[in-house]
Design a protein around this ligand. Structure first.
Ligand code: G4P
Length: 528
């Protein structure tokens, strides 16, 4: 096998999706422990604290105790290289999360065993479904009182419309949680209460009738396990790799992340079945990971933590080819060629200069604002990756300056944030007040804090009398002209110059849509 094929087949690039508090951070930490990427639990949070301490604008998130920025963690396990893309859990920052999900090949959905599917779980699942991203389910907190496993399974099937297949089955729950039966490897994994509730080594069994089970488990527990598994196997489909990879079937694991229970089985499942880097849709053709030439796209831009330097890091998901330090990559939007000498890789412990990287890997390219979300990089070919979305903001406000003389600086700041994807900015076709759009209220606070810290400008956000923003597209030039003439006061451009309609309220939006049926009023727009 060529080096490229080998590297591709070993890569597993994934994200964890969860409602806040379900246990995503805890699970991340345990996965990194297995990968030997961190030495002790608690390191993910500790590292987060350090990282945050470096920047002023992140005070807001520190005060609120939430993690806003997504990062990338790479670790090896079972002969595979895993790239775990962290997604911010707070619902106000979901746009960033959505874009991160365009850069993964599969996802782990963590569910709190007592709570089942929650709002954020559902939203994130839907984003995965848009791209048929395969999902592995991990029901967490089985060491607490949880809901009946059958109940949870039917909730997943009903609410998410996906088939569920049992990969492990819990034995008891809460104080009576004894462990799980691994249905894939036919082994019993017991929770060792004498060792501080850790997982035992798997005990190999010859199926559920193995008398070993009767020796190791109390009678009622064995009887219930046999009965449950028989029922589960009767009710649920068998594991089918193709169905899983098409996003139509999710294997379900039960465990307790905090006790490191069930985590190894989950990781082995990912190593074995989660897809390696997938072909990526692009215009005018799909790009296969095994292609020799390097291609990639920017899915996230992060302002550097040092407020004295305005440089940013563009997170690039490599789609094909073997990247080597110094590679000359064409930036398709501008047509310029960049020599990429200083890209970084994100190992869980640290950042490291990228000497080489492979499809599925994420490299960070420092730049001064030339690389934007959605941009494509290639070794020369004119292709453009599609599918990195911009979402219509749900909250729109005007920004007011305390010192009107700083208006130019403010605009620069707003444009930077829009390029970074932290917010959207709309410049009205008539009128001077720019409108800023975000997905969640907290983003306004973060923005105001950053404008102050990074640009030394004091600004406030206030109502703009705008309720919704929609990108306008049409093939009907006559109707477009009429629309432009009649609605000038409600029109704006986004930072890429795309036309946007700013509706005062739902009635205004509906009415205008009815009046101009040949126009498309879009809630999402692909970045280009
Ligand atoms: P998140 O990133 O999804 O928001 O969740 P996180 O891992 O921070 O976990 C949320 C809370 O749930 C934490 O408790 C964590 O310790 C707890 N937790 C995670 N996994 C398990 C589990 O398997 N069993 C039990 N019983 N609890 C679990 P906390 O009190 O909010 O924070 P902390 O003080 O423990 O850090």
């Amino acid at each position: 096998m060529s080096e490229l094929l080998d590297a591709v087949s070993r890569r597993r690039t994934f994200a964890i999706i969860a409602h806040p508090d379900a246990g995503k951070t805890t699970l991340t930490e345990k996965l990194l422990l297995f990968g030997g990427a961190i030495q002790m639990a608690g390191a993910v949070k500790a590292r987060g604290e350090q990282r945050r301490a470096r920047s002023d604008w992140m005070k807001v998130e520190r005060e609120r105790g939430i993690s806003v920025t997504a990062s990338v963690m790479t670790f090896d396990y079972d002969g595979r290289t895993f790239n775990l893309l962290d997604t911010p859990g707070h619902e106000d920052f979901s746009e960033d999360t959505y874009r991160t999900l365009t850069a993964v090949d599969s996802a782990v959905m963590v569910i709190d065993g007592a709570k089942g599917i929650e709002t954020q779980t559902r939203k994130l699942f839907e984003v995965c479904r848009l791209r048929d991203v395969p999902i592995t389910t991990f029901v967490n907190k089985m060491d607490r009182e949880a809901r009946d496993p059958f109940d949870l399974v039917s909730e997943i099937e009903d609410q998410l419309q996906i088939h569920v297949t049992p990969a492990s089955w819990p034995i008891g729950m809460g104080r009576d949680f004894l462990g799980c039966y691994d249905l894939i490897r036919d082994q019993l994994i017991l929770m060792d209460r004498t060792q501080g509730d850790v997982a035992s080594e798997g005990i190999a069994c010859h199926g559920l009738d193995d008398p070993k089970l009767d020796e190791l488990l109390p009678d009622h527990a064995v009887a219930k396990l046999r009965e449950d598994v028989e029922m589960a196997r009767g009710l649920m489909p068998e594991f089918d790799l193709e169905e899983f990879r098409a996003g139509r079937l999710t294997p379900i694991y039960f465990g307790s992340a905090i006790n490191n229970f069930g985590v190894q089985e989950l990781l082995l499942g990912l190593a074995e079945n989660a897809p390696p880097p997938r072909p990526q849709p692009a215009e005018p053709r799909i790009v296969e990971p095994e292609e020799g030439k390097v291609t990639g796209f920017v899915f996230k831009v992060q302002a550097n933590m040092d407020p004295n330097h305005r440089d940013r890091i563009a997170f690039v998901r490599l789609v094909s080819g073997r990247f080597r330090r110094g590679a000359k990559l064409k930036h398709i939007r501008s047509g310029k060629t960049l020599a990429v000498n200083n890209a970084v890789l994100f190992l869980a412990r640290d950042r490291e200069l990228a000497e080489e990287a492979w499809p599925g890997d994420i490299i960070g390219i420092p730049n001064h604002g030339s690389l934007r979300i959605g941009d494509t990089l290639t070794e020369g070919e004119e292709i453009r990756f599609t599918g990195v979305p911009s979402f219509a903001p749900e909250l729109l406000q005007r920004v007011r300056l305390d010192d009107p003389m700083r208006v130019k600086h403010l605009r620069k700041a707003l444009e930077h944030f829009a390029e970074e994807g932290a917010s959207q900015v709309f410049k009205p076709l008539s009128g001077a007040d720019w409108v800023v759009g975000v997905v969640g209220q907290l983003q306004f606070e973060v923005l105001a804090a950053r404008i102050e810290a990074e640009y030394g400008i004091s600004a406030r956000f206030e109502g703009a009398g705008v309720d919704a923003a929609r990108w306008i597209e049409t093939d009907d030039d006559v109707q477009l002209k009429k629309f432009l003439d009649l609605n000038r006061s409600a029109l704006a451009e986004d930072h890429d110059g795309a036309l946007v309609f700013l509706a005062r309220n739902a009635w205004h939006l509906n009415r205008t849509q009815e009046d101009f049926p040949a126009l498309r009023f879009l809630k999402t727009r692909e970045q280009n």
